[in-house]
Design a protein around this ligand. Structure first.
Ligand code: GMT
Length: 392
């Protein structure tokens, strides 16, 4: 198949998933065309069967807000025609699903067979898509997609509820990990050596408010009073300053290390003892999955799709949002009991491989594409295929 992929190319789980999906599909012989404003951050400079088409938003003094969504639609239209794409697969509904709809309308009779598939990732549905400024266009665009997928059961339910399409056909295709990359045995535990016998707690995110990074520091400050440890914070974003401030006010600043944005996190995870993800909302939690696959138990919150990823009490522990005390107790319990930690770590790596391995999830996406191209869609909760009809 010839597939156009659009995503947010900078840091973020949806861009990471879209890029790794494209790479895996190219390895399976498909031709992949990334259509974005920047080379996706996890995309190496050259790979066979992978092309990158940059979207250039022209500058004009009249445009206080340059219309990226229109420039993207024009680029999609052009790439479909020039390269004979079979489908456009967009990740994160806003504005990508809208741009793809415009491109399909522009193609009209010249390519009536082109399909638009949208993967919903999280805040496109739970936060941004429900903002009154975007609700109607998000609903319109996802209803106009030829196929919809969501990264968790939670997100599918949330989408139906938020957009009043209780019968919308949405396939749940979870995020995935490459088990050969997220493998604890593959890397030298350099951070662990530097930690000098102390436990390594880790958090990786884009430091937005939804990640509650102050809680990360709060949990760590309680843990390190009981178990000698350090906290490694990877990533950057608007709440980083708050997290640094919290570390100073709790007097733990010399045990908290802010590493900033890093492209390869697997080698770091291989040194971690626990991963902290106390989010306010999390439709899936790709970073939690990457930690689990690397044998790092996760302490987090019982929100969104996280309970579908972390087995509470087995591969980690989940508490209510803001329960810093509960998360600290769970962390201390695991760190103090070496055999419990080992059991959780081993199960985490095995469970991630069994349920979320690249091989099986990429095959699900291929089946999703084939169904769309055949004009059939899968029923939500069974493997029966239904004849496609426009979504209501
Ligand atoms: O939706 C977002 O806030 C951004 C998005 C991203 O690009 O990182 O994150 C979402 O998609 C990830 C990949 O599917 C999920 O792992 C994250 O849980 C999800 N974030 C939220 O729901 C807050």
């Amino acid at each position: 198949m010839k597939i156009g992929i659009t995503c947010y190319p900078t840091y973020g789980g949806s861009g990471a998933v879209a890029t790794e999906l494209g790479i895996a599909l190219a390895e399976r012989g498909h031709e992949i065309h990334f259509i974005t404003y920047q080379q996706p951050f996890r995309l190496p400079s050259f790979l066979p069967r992978i092309y990158f088409h940059e979207v250039d938003v022209g500058r004009y003094p009249l445009f206080e807000y340059p219309p990226y969504d229109l420039a993207l639609a024009v680029r999609m239209h052009e790439v479909v025609l020039t390269h004979g794409l079979d489908l456009l697969h967009v990740h994160y509904a806003i504005p990508h699903a809208t741009s793809a709809w415009i491109a399909r309308e522009m193609l009209g009779n010249s390519r009536p067979d082109i399909k638009v598939l949208t993967t919903l990732h999280g805040t496109d549905i739970t936060i941004v898509g429900q903002d009154p400024s975007f609700h109607a266009i998000t609903k319109f665009s996802i209803e106009k997609s030829d196929g919809l997928s969501a990264v968790s059961q939670f997100l599918r339910t949330e989408t139906r509820a938020a957009f009043g399409c209780m019968s919308c056909r949405i396939e749940v295709i979870p995020n995935f990990v490459d088990p050969t990359v997220y493998d604890r045995t593959r890397y030298q535990p350099q951070l662990r050596d530097q930690a000098n016998g102390r436990k390594v707690l880790m958090h990786i995110s884009n430091f937005r408010a939804v990640k509650r990074v102050r809680d990360v520091v709060g949990v760590f400050a309680r843990v390190e009073q009981e178990v000698p440890s350090v906290l490694v914070m990877v990533g950057d974003g608007p709440e980083r300053i708050d997290a640094e401030q919290e570390a100073r006010s709790l007097g733990v600043q010399d045990r908290v290390f802010f590493l900033g944005k890093l492209e390869a996190v697997a080698p770091l995870l291989a040194s971690a003892d626990l991963f902290l993800l106390p989010s306010q909302s999390e439709s899936f939690g790709l970073s939690a999955l990457e930690a689990l696959a690397t044998g790092v138990p996760v302490i987090g919150t019982r929100v969104g799709g996280l309970p579908e990823v972390v087995r509470d009490g087995e591969t980690g522990a989940l508490c209510t949002v803001g329960d810093v005390e509960g998360m600290s107790r769970a962390a201390i319990g695991l760190l103090r009991d070496a055999s419990r930690w080992q059991a959780a770590s081993t199960l985490a790596a095995a469970d991630a491989r069994e349920r979320f391995s690249l091989e099986q999830v990429v095959a699900q996406y291929e089946a999703f594409y084939e169904d769309a191209l055949r004009g059939t869609v899968r029923a939500d909760d069974s493997s029966t295929t239904l004849t496609s009809s426009p979504l209501p």
